[in-house]
Design a protein around this ligand. Structure first.
Ligand code: SAH
Length: 254
């Protein structure tokens, strides 16, 4: 029903949670399940808790990293009960997130990402996201079970899809106006880092500066056209930089 909306579960510990998440997805019209390094999968417990959603379990893809799971997505929303220090755009209201996700998913894949039962998502994983969302809950005990968090957000997405006006049946937006995929954005940030290093703005890899710039561009939500303008600008600046290559620059990394 909503083929462009992917659910990604990162390193799930209990296979039963994978099954219950699949069931939650199917009840809300979602079917694309990607598992990043699950502890045990396939597993009978996952199939049992999936009940009528075993087809989702059978089709689930298992990958090695979150980057791989979302590289083709134009929007990646990390679900987190706690706010982190990373200044990524944050949806305080899941309904607002759902409207945006449904709109983006009309043309391109998007993902909702859920962390481990014990400690959620790492900072590096949050960095793979374009946005964060929290489910408002009891301030004294606001952490939901993983599959229940999937259920709540999947329900919001389904509701947003159901409520969108019929006039939304429209022609696809031209590619240039659409948001870049995480992979395209990743190439831009690699390019930016390279220019910062070659120009001497930073003298060695500087994760904090890079994270701040990533957050800035995440908030700006550039289109593919704007991103290619920035790539052109970087390429032009690069031509005026001294030729010598820094040791950590990969050959052929252009
Ligand atoms: N102990 C972990 C929470 C794990 S719950 C921690 O402190 O971060 C498993 C996953 O469910 C979380 O990583 C998150 O993706 C989702 N989740 C649970 N409660 C949530 C909430 N209130 N808002 C958004 N996501 C939530």
């Amino acid at each position: 029903m909503l083929p462009n909306i992917r659910i990604v579960l990162v390193q799930t510990y209990h296979p039963g949670n994978i099954g219950a998440a699949a069931r939650a997805m199917k009840t809300m019209g979602l079917s694309d399940l990607v598992l990043v390094n699950p502890r045990r999968f396939p597993d009978p417990e996952a199939s049992q808790l999936a009940a009528g959603a075993e087809d989702l379990i059978d089709q689930a893809r298992v990958v090695d990293s979150l980057t791989e799971a979302v590289s083709d997505c134009v929007q990646v929303v990390g679900a987190s009960a706690r706010l982190r220090s990373l200044p990524l755009p944050h949806f305080d209201e899941p309904a607002e997130m759902a409207r945006d996700v449904v709109a983006q998913a009309a043309d391109d894949p998007v993902a909702l990402v859920f962390g481990r039962e014990r400690f959620g998502l790492t900072n590096d994983e949050i960095r793979c996201c374009s946005h964060q969302v929290s489910i408002p809950a009891n301030p004294d005990y606001g952490i939901l079970n993983l599959a229940q968090a999937v259920q709540v957000l999947a329900h919001e997405v389904f509701t947003a899809w159901r409520r969108q006006p019929q006039s939304d049946f429209r022609l696809a937006r031209p590619a240039k106006e659409r948001r870049p995929s995480r992979e395209q954005l990743g190439h831009f940030h690699d390019h930016l880092t390279r220019v910062m290093q070659r120009s001497g703005f930073i003298t060695q890899p500087h994760a904090r500066t890079e994270a701040q710039l990533q957050a800035l561009f995440a908030r700006a939500e550039p289109s593919r056209k704007e991103l290619s303008l920035l790539r052109g600008l970087l390429a032009s600046l690069e031509q005026h930089l001294p030729d010598e290559r820094l040791p950590d620059r990969e050959p052929g990394d252009d």
